[in-house]
Design a protein around this ligand. Structure first.
Ligand SMILES: Nc1ncnc2c1ncn2[C@@H]1O[C@H](COP(=O)(O)OP(=O)(O)O)[C@@H](O)[C@H]1O
Ligand SMILES: [Mg+2]
Length: 256
């Protein structure tokens, strides 16, 4: 296993508020990293760092040993809890758009043969996420679970190596969530993805992750809540769980 992402002494500060402090982390290619932590701990900020939407105030982030370039590059795809798809576009056009952003970042459009190829790829990706029969539906015609499948297709059609998920299943019913878990596991394996998923659901974190990271403050100053930032307070490797080769029937000992 090779190191895909390396964070060294990474800090995120907004004005005089310290959000993340001294984060040192290596993430291996093929890992499925679950991130948990209290609300406001800086989990979404952490994902924005990896996405390159935000630069650390201090410290370095390396992707394959080279400084991470802050751009919407094809290396990284992202899915949020909701509203990451465009309501005025069909599932197919939403997915094609995911590709256009990566392949034609200046014009945002593809033409001719490139557009036809993009359409075929988008259709294949929609089929892979279980929306093969729903390509012409608009988001408003789809259930919450279908919309998240679409958001995943939109992110994956760029063929990113890293998929970032920010509480992607948090708004879904428990039954639907189980289906989504099976889907994301399959995609992780089939596309050899490295996944970093923020979740509020501890069981979900342990069920899916090859590694569970807890982001929280190590120190609190009750008089100055933003004097200290969050860092990785727990970093738990899930034993017997190889990268990208998770058995689907695997049962984990969980105490609840
Ligand atoms: N662009 C920003 N400017 C100022 N403060 C921010 C900004 N983004 C996030 N924050 C603050 O940083 C803290 C961490 O936010 P966030 O990363 O969204 O936490 P989480 O996802 O763990 O709930 C919060 O206190 C939030 O208000
Ligand atoms: Mg968040």
């Amino acid at each position: 296993m090779s190191t895909l992402l390396s964070l060294r002494d990474v800090w995120v500060e907004y004005g005089d508020r310290i959000i993340i402090e001294k984060l040192d982390l290596d993430i291996q290619a093929g890992a499925f990293v679950s991130i948990i932590g209290p609300s406001g701990a800086g989990k979404s900020s952490f994902l924005r760092l990896i996405l390159g939407q935000e630069a650390p105030t201090r410290g370095t982030i390396l992707l394959d040993g080279a400084p991470l370039i802050p751009e919407c590059g094809p290396d990284r795809g992202v899915v949020f809890q909701r509203y990451s798809v465009f309501p005025h576009l069909s599932a197919l056009r939403n997915t094609i758009l995911g590709m256009e952003c990566a392949q034609a970042p200046l014009t945002g459009r593809l033409f001719g043969a490139a557009r036809r190829a993009a359409k075929d790829e988008a259709a294949a990706m929609l089929t892979a996420v279980g929306l093969g029969d729903s390509m012409h539906l608009f988001p408003a015609q789809m259930s919450g679970g279908m919309q998240q499948r679409l958001a995943i297709a939109q992110a994956l059609v760029k063929r990113p190596r890293i998929l970032l998920l920010d509480e992607p299943f948090g708004a879904l019913d428990p039954g639907i969530r189980a289906d989504m878990h099976a889907l994301i596991r399959g995609l992780w394996r089939d596309y050899s993805l490295t996944i970093i998923m923020v979740t509020h659901d501890i069981r979900e974190a342990f069920t899916l992750g090859t590694r569970v990271l807890a982001l929280d403050k190590r120190r609190h100053d009750p008089h100055a809540p933003h004097r200290f930032g969050a860092t990785a307070v727990y970093d738990l490797p899930m034993r017997d769980r190889a990268e990208n080769s998770l058995g689907s029937e695997e049962v984990l000992p969980l105490t609840e």
